[in-house]
Design a protein around this ligand. Sequence first.
Ligand code: HEC
Ligand code: HEC
Ligand code: HEC
Ligand code: HEC
Length: 140
Amino acid sequence: MKKAVIFGLAFAAIVYIALLSYVLIISMPSKEESKEKWIETEKEKEISFAGMDVCRECHFETYKVLMSGNHSTVSCEACHWVGKEHVIKKDAESVKIKRNESWDLCLKCHLKTPANKIKTIIPSEHAKGLYCVVCHEPHK
Ligand code: HEC
Ligand code: HEC
Ligand code: HEC
Ligand code: HEC
């Protein structure tokens, strides 16, 4: 009788350890698997940038001007910010850039700093206190 109990307990312990190691080691996703899972979750998230091809559908003239000028490498949404909502609602609010916002927007890319490799200006010397779009057509 006693032997049977000890045997039973030992057996139960072995099964328990086996199950535990299965859960901890075997069923744990490998690095590769968890990376793929992460990519899948990211893909399922909503994409909020519509992309220039979509903007072009309704704003072909602006697109043509942009493509033929200095900003041909800059996407619409780099300046107007995410336009997915605008594409659905066709309202002006979410994509509108007010004149007084152009200062900050333009200087995000054109402020003179040691690391900035594109054409830069020193606003206090260059802009004379006027908004950038007073003198520059942003799509050109
Ligand atoms: C399905 C057609 C359509 C698409 C696609 C579209 N737009 Fe528009 N957009 C409009 C219409 C219509 C207006 C005029 C809205 C108004 O004046 O109330 C407009 C107005 C604008 C304005 C002017 C806002 C203002 O009054 O200053 C901007 C900026 C703009 N769109 C940017 C974009 C960008 C960037 C994209 C791509 C992400 C885009 N649009 C895609 C239809 C579209
Ligand atoms: C370099 C930044 C920049 C890029 C890139 C850009 N825009 Fe603009 N856009 C502006 C600014 C700033 C204004 C406001 C101009 C003003 O108030 O004088 C504007 C105004 C507009 C307007 C209002 C009407 C007008 O022409 O002034 C529309 C429509 C528009 N943009 C659509 C687009 C579309 C579509 C694209 C891509 C094909 C695009 N923009 C790319 C900065 C940009
Ligand atoms: C997302 C970055 C970005 C933003 C925002 C942006 N630009 Fe530019 N801009 C560029 C790039 C890139 C070029 C072309 C390459 C270069 O100048 O080195 C350019 C070129 C220019 C040039 C021509 C420079 C030359 O070669 O003579 C002018 C002028 C200019 N931008 C003005 C503006 C104004 C005004 C605004 C705001 C309405 C603006 N930019 C917003 C990136 C940007
Ligand atoms: C009073 C008018 C005026 C205002 C305001 C103005 N600019 Fe200019 N900008 C010019 C003129 C004129 C040039 C030289 C001719 C050209 O390239 O168009 C120029 C040239 C530039 C260049 C090219 C510099 C180079 O090295 O070739 C950039 C970038 C630029 N401006 C950005 C801006 C930004 C950003 C603002 C707002 C902070 C601004 N500008 C405001 C008139 C103006």
